[in-house]
Design a protein around this ligand. Structure first.
Ligand code: ATP
Ligand code: MG
Length: 453
């Protein structure tokens, strides 16, 4: 026993002596009982035992804590021109104060600042890697990137943010270019699946004959010409993540039946497969078609519609949220300036009235195209209404009764040209191709309608 406690004392002494922190212990009168090497070296005094603490350490409050009995934690104390972080704690035994323990954690507060800076940098790096990781996985947008100051957008955003947290199936509807895909991304990024994959399937773009194997995969030797080893479908790839079934309104009927089974059973069967594979996937579907109408036409299954229609987000068209125009224009111009290298320093007042009056059939995608085209035709760095090459007259009916047939035809022709230009981002050659007319004919018409700047 005697030996043990002796060994223990030696150990304790060695630990204190070698600690990186500066440690001092005084008796209730402020006389030093113990001061470790780190502290002695720092103050530059070796012979300290029995001396009053105020003679050895500058600005000390050890003797004050000895009187008040109140601990002082994380106090800044200046010693030898350096700000230190000091803790002073009274030590009690049998209800009586027997000593005061003082420690200094950092030799200098600057070390703490340096540590905080390092942690801060690590946090930023982590956020960056998280973003990059998500980008690699497929989801790029977040709710804070979706401009929506108008009340109708606020409402949709709130609902979307609420459902993001759950695994509920979401149906996103809205006109072309309203940001349906953006919402799907944001929902995934705000869900507990954010670190899982985000897989988008465009049901309209994949040929009917391939869609099934694209969605559900196929087994080895399922059909001639198929890759030997078989292939995972998009559903399997989206396991533990989110799948966006884009343009769901265009999915062929037989596949709709199969999709319904997947949604009900939560398992997929590969083409040519024997056993179903269970999957954990959150489904988001989107369409710019009127699904009720498709149901009436017998082109969309009603039971699938009810499966998908648990929560529906209806994104309002741009013309119903004029409050969002300034922010959208701002954000889009910023992106476009970066990608095109063209600078817009000023927006003329007449731009706003045109933007507000136009009906935006292509919504935000069209707005982006219109702005990009305008930047290319602009001379100087001021954006003017004439650069937009949209005319609000398409929206108005003639004030004096019925327009002549010629006027109507011209209005339609002009609108078609504007539409084609918006679609091709201002590329005249492609626009002419879209319209099925020659390049020279196209230029003549541009001139006729004042669309050549
Ligand atoms: N609220 C918004 N804020 C910022 N950018 C937006 C917003 N909504 C859409 N955009 C931009 O508009 C473009 C079209 O958006 P998106 O592809 O999501 O439309 P969509 O509704 O899926 O259209 P479609 O039905 O034609 O597929 C994208 O470039 C997107 O970045
Ligand atoms: Mg889309």
């Amino acid at each position: 026993m005697e030996r043990d406690s002796q060994n223990y004392l030696k150990l304790l002494e060695a630990v204190l002596e070698n600690a990186h922190e500066a440690i001092v212990v005084t008796d209730p009168d402020g006389k030093i009982l113990l001061m470790n090497r780190t502290y002695r070296d720092f103050v530059g005094v070796q012979d300290v035992i029995g001396r009053h603490v105020t003679e050895v350490i500058e600005n000390t409050r050890m003797h004050i804590v000895a009187q008040t009995g109140k601990p002082e934690v994380a106090q800044i104390q200046r010693i030898k021109g350096q700000d230190m972080i000091a803790n002073r704690v009274p030590i009690f035994a049998d209800g009586k104060m027997v000593a005061v323990l003082g420690t200094v954690l950092f030799q200098d507060v600057r070390q703490l600042h340096a540590l905080a800076a390092t942690v801060d940098q690590l946090k930023q790096e982590l956020a960056y890697y998280k973003r990059e990781f998500r980008r690699k996985l497929g989801a790029v947008y977040h709710f804070d990137q979706i401009v929506g100051l108008s009340p109708n957008m606020q409402e949709v955003k709130n609902l979307a943010q609420k459902v993001a947290k759950s695994d509920t199936t979401v149906l996103i509807t809205g006109e072309s270019g309203t940001g349906k895909e953006l919402f799907a991304h944001a929902i995934h990024a705000a869900s507990r699946r954010e670190m899982g994959p985000f897989i988008r399937v465009n049901c309209a773009a994949i040929p009917d004959t391939l869609l099934e194997s694209e969605l559900f995969g196929y087994e080895e030797g399922a059909f001639t010409g198929a890759v030997r080893k078989g292939k995972k479908g998009k559903f399997e790839l989206a396991d533990h993540g989110t799948i966006l079934l884009d343009e769901i309104g265009d999915m062929p009927l037989p596949l709709q039946a199969k999709l319904l089974r997947v949604l009900q059973e939560k398992e997929v069967e590969r083409v040519g497969g024997i056993r179903p594979v269970s999957i954990d996937v959150r489904v988001i579907a989107s369409t710019n078609r009127d699904l009720q109408q498709r149901i009436r036409e017998g082109k969309f299954r009603e039971d699938l519609f009810y499966r998908l229609n648990v929560v529906t987000l209806t994104i309002p068209p741009l013309r119903e949220r004029p409050e969002d125009l300034p922010r959208l224009v701002d954000d889009l111009l910023e992106q476009l300036m970066e990608s095109t290298g063209i600078i817009v320093k000023e927006i003329a007042d007449d731009v706003w009235s045109v933007l507000h009056e136009y009906s935006w059939p292509g919504n935000i995608r069209e707005l982006r195209n219109v702005l990009e085209r305008a930047m290319h035709v602009m001379e100087g760095d001021c954006l003017k209404a004439k650069h937009l090459m949209i005319s609000t007259s398409d929206n108005r009916t003639a004030s004096s009764g019925v327009p002549t047939l010629k006027e109507s035809l011209e209005a339609a022709e002009r609108a078609a040209i504007v539409r084609a230009l918006a679609e091709t981002g201002g590329n005249k050659l492609e626009a002419a191709k879209l319209l099925g007319i020659s390049k020279s004919g196209f230029y003549q018409k541009l001139d006729k309608y004042g669309l050549l700047n």
